[in-house]
Ligand binder design. Sequence first.
Ligand code: COA
Length: 169
Amino acid sequence: MPFELRPAEAADAPALARLWTLAFVESGTTPRTDPYDEAEVSRLLADNDGCVATARDGRVIGAVLLADHGAPSAHLTAGTRDGQLLLLAVDPDARSAGAGRALVTWCLESAALRGLLRVWLWSRPGQSAAHRIYESLGFERSPENDFEAGGEQVKVYVRPLPPDGPTIG
Ligand SMILES: CC(C)(COP(=O)(O)OP(=O)(O)OC[C@H]1O[C@@H](n2cnc3c(N)ncnc32)[C@H](O)[C@@H]1OP(=O)(O)O)[C@@H](O)C(=O)NCCC(=O)NCCS
């Protein structure tokens, strides 16, 4: 499925609430049982930069957020030159067309452009499609930072960035 990337906007909140509920609640791949509602998503969009993937008709089919150090969801960052990738998801009907990889690449390029030196993330053991993307885009496992969330040991990854600008891909 062809797609385009653009910055996430406040008006995307209803579409993102649906996408994240599908990917992280209804999929049964995380312990979360509460759907994402518009108020929570609006807060996430206000606190973080985001990118959405859209289908040809403009429908949002994927998204990712990039949190700066100090943002409420940036639990892994250790300093102002660290960022954290959050909530990568692609609609099940639009998967395996490269949108997930493109969204992670957007995150790394945005982080490098704003002078960050590391991008952190955590992921659940069953999220193997995401792990493939992270590893092929230069993320390294950081097992000493793994922690327990919702009864599972989650995996922490970190992506060092070149200090002189983006060479991602
Ligand atoms: C992870 C996710 C975003 C990937 O989205 P996507 O648009 O399908 O990803 P891409 O099309 O860019 O595929 C990237 C790679 O993953 C591989 N891949 C795609 N679907 C896969 C699957 N079901 N199982 C294993 N690998 C898969 C592709 O082969 C591709 O590898 P390649 O580039 O070497 O060919 C999507 O599967 C998803 O939303 N999963 C549920 C939410 C989730 O786990 N998020 C991560 C939280 S940390």
